[in-house]
Design a protein around this ligand. Structure first.
Ligand code: S3P
Length: 447
């Protein structure tokens, strides 16, 4: 059962003084999904250390078990996956419950597309409102058949095609989920399946597939990155370690920046250049974030981040940076609320089809807390308070969106009056232990 199924859980966080200390955020969500999926397609035992034990990743594990993989968690927290081999997924006996997780849904649809099986995908109210045509369109071109709910939404039943037809697909939206769905379908497809992306999106699939022994080619061309995978691949089991999730680190980072006097160290955070846009934008705003102890973990660059509070200045955020920080905009909106001057963020209409419409949800919550904002069709302008606290004194709607809930919990750390998130239960999808981690840095929950 998910945390959200137990009923709404309001959350208020406060800080009376600076945040201080060292913390490690949980494992990267994107990498955790992929580690389980590729392990399930390798023959033999894959071990995964540092897997994110959030509800979204559990949804992926549950679906892979239903399709034949053996997945267990040892007492020491290491996960073991015994895969079925590429082409070996079995027809699930019941519907696959994806909960709140778009990544589980879209990547698993890619896997099913080239297997001779039928699977039904269901999800919660948030996921059932999200568009799936972006994956069903290319996967149908490869031969899969779909019966979706109106608007190409869940519940959705699909039947894969084996052998599927290799595809060369130019991504119409900058989406790592769509790119990965097509590449994963390509794993069990004869010949080479190719995706062209005009703007580089997170490259965890490419990195990890290579690690598992798949033949992946990447070419930089005038039209963008051209990524190919050779089908009928054989994946070799791996021993993996998952780096800390920069998308989760975003919340303690912004908290440490906005609460005066704070200094916080976050260890082992993934700083893959296709994911580190938030760090670059905050640096442009004048934030003091030092990177130390650079190393490589599981084929991914990792560093410790030392965050020191200080003045921020509003900027025009370059739209082309958005794919490298697409999940971090809610946290950036909060940082912008404390900046000197206005911060303009455009070219981010993709935010409207995330776990909630993140432009509208954040605009409404910020306005309720006394922050002046202007909502644009493709973005948001936040008028910063020049370092002063926001008025606060509001209960904001998180709309089943973990990142909205955490954003407003952080905003409340520097609000004149408390800010309450109406329901923080969805935080368990990506950041179990969020409240405990923040309390370890010195924040508290008022009684
Ligand atoms: C993800 C890709 C992004 C991101 C999501 C995780 C992934 O989605 O928002 O949280 O793991 O591939 P899009 O591909 O829709 O941009």
């Amino acid at each position: 059962m998910t945390a959200a199924a137990l009923g709404p859980r309001p959350l208020t966080l406060r800080a009376d003084g600076p945040l201080a200390g060292t913390a490690a955020v949980p494992g990267d969500k994107s990498i955790s999904h992929r580690a389980l999926m590729f392990g399930a397609l390798a023959v033999g035992e894959t071990t995964i250390d540092g897997l994110l034990e959030g509800e979204d990743v559990h949804a992926t594990a549950g679906a892979l078990r239903a399709m034949g993989a053996d997945i267990v968690r040892d007492d020491d927290g290491v996960w073991r996956v015994w895969g079925v081999g590429v082409g070996g997924l079995l027809q699930p006996a019941t519907a696959l419950d994806m909960g709140n997780s778009g990544t589980s849904t879209r990547l698993l649809m890619g896997l099913v597309a080239s297997h001779p099986i039928t699977a039904t995908f269901v999800g919660d109210a948030s996921l059932s409102a999200r568009p799936m045509a972006r994956v069903t369109t290319p996967l149908a071109l490869m031969g899969a058949r779909f019966a979706a709910s109106p608007g190409d939404r869940l519940p959705l039943t699909m039947t894969g095609r084996c052998p599927a037809v290799p595809l060369r697909y130019v991504l119409p939206v900058a989406s790592a989920q769509v790119k990965s769905a097509v590449l994963l379908a390509g794993l069990n497809t004869p010949g080479r399946t190719v995706v062209v992306e005009a703007h580089a999106t997170r490259d965890h699939s490419e990195r990890m597939l290579r690690g598992f022994g798949a033949e992946v080619t990447i070419e930089a061309t005038a039209k963008g990155r051209v990524i190919g995978v050779l089908g009928e691949a054989e994946l070799r089991p791996q021993r993996l370690t998952v780096p800390g999730d920069i998308s989760s680190a975003a919340f303690p980072i912004v908290a440490a920046l906005i609460v005066p006097g704070s200094r916080v160290t976050l260890t082992g955070v993934g700083v893959n250049p296709t994911r580190d846009g938030l760090l670059r934008v905050l640096a442009m705003m004048g934030a003091d974030i030092a990177l130390a102890n650079h190393r490589e973990v599981g084929g991914e660059p990792v560093a410790d981040l030392i965050v020191t509070a200080g003045d921020l200045t509003g900027i025009d955020v370059p739209p082309e940076i958005s794919p490298s920080m697409i999940d971090e905009y809610p946290a950036l909106f909060v940082a912008a609320a404390f900046a000197h001057g206005s911060t303009t963020m455009r070219g981010i209409d993709e935010l409207r089809v995330k776990e909630s419409d993140r432009i509208a949800t954040m605009a409404a919550g910020l306005a309720a807390c006394g922050v002046a904002v202007e909502e644009l069709p493709d973005g948001l302008i936040v008028h910063g308070r020049g370092g002063d606290p926001v008025p606060g004194g509001a209960t904001v709607a998180a709309r089943l969106d973990h990142r909205i809930a955490m954003s407003f919990a952080v905003l409340g750390l520097r609000a004149a009056r408390p800010v309450t998130v109406d329901d923080a239960a969805p935080v368990a999808t990506s950041f179990p232990g969020f409240v405990e981690l923040m309390m370890g840095l010195g924040v508290y929950r008022p009684v």
